[in-house]
Design a protein around this ligand. Structure first.
Ligand SMILES: *[C@@H]1O[C@H](CO)[C@@H](O)[C@H](O)[C@H]1NC(C)=O
Ligand SMILES: *[C@@H]1O[C@H](CO)[C@@H](O)[C@H](O)[C@H]1NC(C)=O
Ligand SMILES: *[C@@H]1O[C@H](CO)[C@@H](O)[C@H](O)[C@H]1NC(C)=O
Ligand SMILES: *[C@@H]1O[C@H](CO)[C@@H](O)[C@H](O)[C@H]1NC(C)=O
Length: 393
């Protein structure tokens, strides 16, 4: 054992001693290496128990900070696990330097998540070179049940940065009921035809900042679900995938709200949608103050789309809808693989108001013209806008 090893071991022993006992002082960073709790980085041994024990120790360590270390250049097999807070330290860091690989589908027991952090304040998940491999390929052909790779549930002061996530059974990252969240510099990949493999899903969360992500999956690159407020998305490369979506909202007549969503500097490449808002017929509530700014499209099927008839194609008169207002599109350019580059398909209940569009130039990938389609949308355009949007003044 080298000097570093001895030091780490001492830190671990000190950390274990700390766990559950109150000693004076000790505000230095404590590192809990999963290998010292029995994890084997051979890619074969089930290390779930070791991860749980390492988390329990790290989470119980008092002081300013503690961290759980997943060492580099090794692969750890871990099954569905809930890492519970609250933790004793002010900040707790999960350093994923190596790879964490999910147990295959056959070894799961009805969980709908793989790695869940629950009710942790001050959590950072980071690691250059770190990889979460959800092994979704063991699920995708069997759609009866599956899980999200990384779930952050009821967390505050959360930071996710500098790792990659691939082949999640379902969503790669789900931020649920959380606030003060930074998500930066992640790479998320799954095949374009893998089902429901959203990159990042935000649900009932606020004060969320998502920057510098490269995402290519089989569903939305980023989806913003009900109850989300003050979400900033900046600097995203998306494709393949279904775009950046607000919604879907209002399923089964639900009352739902979303507000202050700012999406900017996004490049969509060969995606099904670009900037999308989707709501179900019959929903209630609102989605307002949503902006899409500086967006590039390369060969996108539906670059700009509002769909108030999500999934359900038959229009039910007077069904009502989640009310959309103050929706702004500024500086959009690029190419559409279909003739309809802008599609505002709104319900008949006057539920799309104050749509503002300025500086748009979206041409067709084949060099031909594009057009806008409108139903029941109200608002205005300014500056050069092509395709012309007839329903806006
Ligand atoms: C969320 O966490 C806080 C403490 O951080 C707790 O008081 C609250 O009950 C939790 N809410 C839910 C729905 O789990
Ligand atoms: C998120 O980023 C902002 C700006 O860089 C920073 O001020 C804030 O402390 C960060 N929050 C967390 C929880 O990391
Ligand atoms: C959009 O494309 C232009 C050049 O066509 C480039 O200068 C700009 O950086 C791109 N923006 C994004 C967000 O990809
Ligand atoms: C419209 O939305 C923008 C953010 O996109 C916000 O700054 C502004 O206050 C909103 N206006 C109204 C009238 O709600």
């Amino acid at each position: 054992m080298g000097i570093v090893g001895i030091r780490t071991a001492i830190l671990v022993v000190a950390g274990l001693a700390w766990c559950g006992s109150v000693l004076a002082g000790g505000w230095e960073e404590r590192v809990f290496n999963v290998e010292h709790f029995g994890a084997r980085g051979d890619g074969l041994t089930d290390s779930t128990e070791a991860f749980v024990h390492a988390w329990t120790a790290a989470c119980g360590a008092r002081g300013a900070s503690a961290s759980l270390l997943v060492p580099a250049a090794k692969s750890f097999l871990v099954g569905p696990t809930k890492f519970r807070g609250p933790c004793a330290a002010t900040r707790i860091t999960v350093q994923v330097m190596g790879t964490i690989t999910a147990l295959p589908a056959s070894a799961w027991d009805r969980q709908n998540y793989w790695l869940m952090f629950h009710q942790v304040d001050g959590l950072t998940v980071t690691g250059s070179g770190g990889v979460l491999d959800g092994r979704g390929e063991t699920w995708w052909s069997n759609r009866c049940r599956n899980g999200d790779s990384l779930v952050l549930m009821n967390c505050t002061n959360l930071e996710l940065s500098h790792f990659s996530s691939k082949n999640s059974p379902q969503m790669h990252i789900a931020v649920i009921q959380s606030s003060k969240v930074n998500v930066t510099q992640l790479t998320i990949t799954a095949p374009g035809d893998s089902p429901n493999t959203d990159g990042v899903h935000i649900d009932r969360s606020e004060d969320v900042h998502i920057t510098g992500l490269t995402i290519g999956t089989g569903d939305d690159c980023i989806s913003i679900g009900p109850g989300s407020r003050f979400v900033n998305i900046d600097g995203i490369i998306c494709g393949p995938g279904h775009g950046v979506s607000v919604g879907s909202l209002g399923r089964h007549g639900a009352m739902e709200s979303v507000e202050h969503i700012d999406v900017r500097n996004v490049h969509f490449i060969n995606t099904m949608n670009g900037a999308r808002i989707k709501t179900w017929q019959g929903g209630r509530g609102y989605a307002k103050s949503i902006s899409f700014t500086n967006i590039n499209f390369t060969n996108v099927e539906n670059p700009v789309i509002i769909d108030q008839f999500y999934v359900d194609r038959g229009v039910v008169p007077n069904a009502g809808a989640v009310a959309l207002s103050n929706i702004t599109y500024t500086n959009l350019k690029g190419t559409s693989s279909r003739k309809t580059a802008v599609d505002f398909d709104c319900s008949d209940s006057g539920s799309c108001r104050d749509i503002s569009v300025s500086s748009v130039l979206i041409t067709a990938s084949d060099g031909r013209g594009t057009e806008a389609r409108c139903r029941n949308a109200q608002g205005k355009t300014s500056g050069y806008v092509y395709p012309r949007i007839p329903c806006l003044s």
